[in-house]
Every structure is written in C-alpha cells, then in structure tokens.
Design a protein around this ligand. Structure first.
Ligand code: SF4
Length: 243
C-alpha cells in the first residue's frame, strides 16, 4: 500500500505523451524552493492509501485516452521513498503493459529502489546542484546519492531525462553550469537535459503550513535567465531543452 497525495490525468509534463500521474507523499529533501511542501511528510492526514489493484483499476478507468499506448508516471516526491511498497505496484502495472516513468530526486539507494529503476521505462531525475556543498545549502542534503544513482542508470543502460531547476542566484552561476556539463558529458544514457524555471508563486503553501519561506526576495526565473543558461549548455550539446 502506498500513500498517494493526488492523481492527475491528461498530464503532459512528466514524461512523453499524455500520461496519468500519481503523486506520492514523502520526501527526505528540504528544498528551499519546494513547490509542494505539503507532500514532504509521508503522512499528512489527507493521503489516500492505495494498493496495487486500486492503481490498476484507476488506470483502466482512464483507458479511453490512453489509446494504444498506456502511460503512467510516479512523481512528487519522492516516489522511491516508498520503494518497498511501490515495487509490487510497478511490477504489476508493467505486466499490464503500461509505460512507466519515475520522477525522482534519486536519494534512496535501497535494493527495492534499484529494482524499480530497472523495471521502469524512463527515469526523470532531478539534479539539484552539481556542487556538493551548494547542493546541501539549497536542499539540505549533498548530491552524493544523486551522482551514485546516475552511475547506476548508466550501468544498467536505462534512459533518463535529467532536469535542473534554474533558481536565480543559486543554480545559474556560469562556472557551476559549465561544471555540470563537464560532469554529465560522460553520462551515456542521458537522452536530454531539461531546464525548469524557479517560480515563487507557491509561497502561500508555505504560509498555510506556517513555515518561513527561505527564498523570500529571490525573483522567479525569467525566460531570459533560462535562455542564458541554455546558451552556455548549447555550446556543448543539442540535448538541452527548456520546460
Ligand atoms: S525534492 Fe521536491 S518535494 Fe522534496 S523538498 Fe525538494 S521540491 Fe519539495
């Protein structure tokens, strides 16, 4: 059984084509820009408890828009936090023929988490910061496990779309961006790198939880901010996209 925060249908953001996305509760990060602070706790009092068959029933009820291809993403965060319970679900829905994406912050290193990454069709890993110390400052944990998971994905030849949130003053420094590319140019299974803009429109969610928002005063990333970072990365690769 897994703790589900919510479900979205007709979703086009997390993975290819139109997807059904299952957003899970629980995250071990504390990103200063967290856009869904209400999903951080594994149990927030409102989580739905779903078993394998609940997910399958829901997926089958959406068959009309899957056409011949069936797509599902497990997202927010962190799906692998519930890996022991998510694994049998992923096994079952893979057997039923669905294309499965895992949208992950990569932290969990358990056997079950690795098994899920092996079974899924596409992984959407988020790299918070290429610099270990700056990563820790921004999201509370170092990027050590993230980089270990990248090694694992290359080792098992699992395709992935890497994503980085562009936060003005935090993740858009030119030297860091070049350092990021120095690192990922050696990766063999990365199909694309997506740059996502930092937004500050979810401050109200923090206020609702009575939490202080740590990035007060940091402006939202503009199209120009993203294009500047993309222009640096474009010097190296044609696999960089804005989202
Ligand atoms: S990984 Fe996602 S859910 Fe977790 S703290 Fe960061 S932004 Fe929030």
């Amino acid at each position: 059984m897994i703790n589900v925060h919510s479900i979205e249908t007709f979703w086009t953001q997390d993975g290819p084509w139109i997807r059904l996305v299952v957003f899970l509760q629980g995250c071990m990060f504390r990103c200063k820009y967290c856009h869904n602070p209400d999903t951080i706790a594994l149990e927030n009092g409102a989580a739905m408890k779903w078993w394998e068959d609940d997910i399958l029933t829901r997926l089958h009820s959406e068959e009309t828009y899957f056409w011949e291809n069936w797509w599902v993403t497990f997202s927010w965060w962190e799906p692998l936090y519930q890996a022991p319970w998510l694994l049998p679900i992923v096994k079952k829905i893979k057997e039923a023929g669905f294309h499965v994406c895992i949208d992950t912050n990569w932290f969990v290193q358990s056997e079950e988490a690795r098994e899920i990454l092996k079974l899924a069709d596409l992984i959407l890993p988020d790299i918070k910061h290429i610099d270990a110390e700056k990563c820790k400052e921004l999201v509370w944990v170092s990027n050590e496990n993230t980089l270990k998971t990248l090694d694992y994905l290359d080792e098992i030849k699992k395709p992935y779309w890497l994503r980085q949130v562009i936060v003005p003053w935090y993740t858009d420094d030119e030297d860091d961006i070049r350092k990021l590319w120095e690192y990922i140019k050696t990766r063999t299974s990365m199909e694309r790198l997506e740059l996502l803009p930092y937004h500050n429109m979810w401050v109200s969610k923090w206020e609702k939880l009575k939490w202080d928002y740590p990035l007060k005063g940091v402006p939202a990333a503009t199209k120009d901010d993203l294009n500047r970072v993309k222009a640096i990365l474009d010097e190296y690769s044609d696999k960089v996209f804005l989202r």
